[in-house]
Design a protein around this ligand. Structure first.
Ligand code: ADP
Length: 345
């Protein structure tokens, strides 16, 4: 295989453009380690520099026999093959996905354009409704009757929702084009979380949000606004997807062995169906149970959380059981203590 690639001056790259070694390739892994690989993204770079995005699926044929017990021996008659050789046979499918990629790029371009065009009018609407609500609350201007006040408050809530969707879309397009800026400063994760909990607790009487931590403060070197976005999103989801109410427990601890902060938020809400869990961090992904209940959302929040945590060299994951509840976790590296400067007498 390597000879073939070398002779034809073909290089294989990962989706983010890094050169793949023979051992990284789906084909190698299936044949040599017996691993089954489903739709791994690779890019073929030809000798003239042109590239083709491909999806590679590879399945060791011994697996096929296990999957289909009716298959008792080799599917293809390989002359002079012995049993050992058969162990090293895999079915590999390379699928050219250039057209799909082009369609995806067009879709991204459309989202980008639409989002930027939406941003200015949405900001004007949000500022306008905020100002009208605040004037009416302070008894300024013409007195509104109860119905007019309710309409105004609903308009404010709707414009804020619209503004959140637009901002999420802007972040998605920034992330995809590599233009999302992270500006880290030393931040106390506990104070930041307390603040967010106080704000969100005001929005619900059905839930009791509690912070549990043995620490008074915990310094992390992060972009505070971005980590606030992650925590707000996880907590808002815990509220939104526990429509019956209940406790929401936030726990912050430090792991000195790995030099990380561990953040955990646990709810007793709807949970995520097992068969959709592996895709839940994907863009626009929403589980069937919440869609069936007509709970609104875009499916962008968790995607953004994952990307933002990744930008901070942390990790994010969850455990969930439908009908029982969900727990989301993330880690962030702790601030490295500044080396002490020797004091001169
Ligand atoms: P949105 O809430 O806008 O749909 P997210 O990306 O934040 O988007 O979440 C994606 C999906 O993950 C949700 O639609 C829901 O199906 C599921 N989900 C996220 N958090 C929870 C939770 N705490 N409990 C149950 N389901 C959740």
């Amino acid at each position: 295989m390597q000879d073939f690639l070398d002779t034809n001056h073909i290089e294989l790259l990962s989706a983010d453009g890094k050169l793949l070694t023979l051992h990284d390739l789906a084909t190698w892994r299936a044949v040599m380690t017996g691993e089954s690989i489903n739709q791994m993204q690779e890019v073929v770079r030809r000798s003239d520099g042109t590239t083709i995005p491909i999806l590679v699926s590879a399945i060791p044929l011994t697996d096929l026999c296990t999957l289909h017990p009716s298959i008792s021996g080799p599917l293809i008659d390989i002359p002079n093959s012995d049993d050992n050789m058969w162990d090293q046979v895999a079915l590999v499918v390379h699928q050219d996905v250039s057209t799909l990629k082009e369609a995806e790029a067009l879709k991204d371009e459309f989202i980008n354009l639409a989002t930027h065009e939406l941003r200015t009018p949405v900001t004007i609407l949000a500022m306008g409704t905020d100002m009208l609500v605040s004037r009416s609350e302070r008894g300024k201007g013409q007195k509104l009757d109860e119905r007019q006040e309710k309409i105004l408050r609903d308009m404010r809530q709707a414009t804020h929702q619209l503004s959140k969707i637009t901002e999420d879309l802007v972040d998605v397009t920034r992330l995809q084009s590599g233009h999302l800026k992270i500006e880290p400063t030393t931040t106390d994760l506990i104070a930041l979380t307390r603040n967010i909990i106080d704000q969100l607790q005001l929005t619900t009487q059905l839930h009791q949000i509690k912070l549990h931590t043995p620490l008074n403060e915990l310094s992390v070197f992060v972009d505070a606004a971005r980590i606030e976005q992650v925590i707000t999103n996880l907590l808002s989801n815990a509220i939104k997807y526990s429509p019956q109410g209940g406790p929401i427990d936030v726990t912050i601890t430090e792991n000195l062995a790995t030099h990380e902060a561990l953040f955990k938020v646990q709810d007793q809400g709807l949970g995520i169906p097992a068969e959709q869990q592996s895709r839940i961090f994907g863009r626009f992904m929403r589980a069937d149970n919440v869609k069936a209940m007509h709970i609104g959302g875009t499916g962008l929040g968790l995607y953004l959380c994952r990307e933002l945590i990744k930008c901070h060299s942390g990790s994010i994951w969850f455990e969930s059981k439908e009908g029982v509840g969900s727990t989301f976790f993330f880690t962030l590296p702790l601030c490295t203590p500044q080396p002490e400067h020797p004091t001169h007498a």
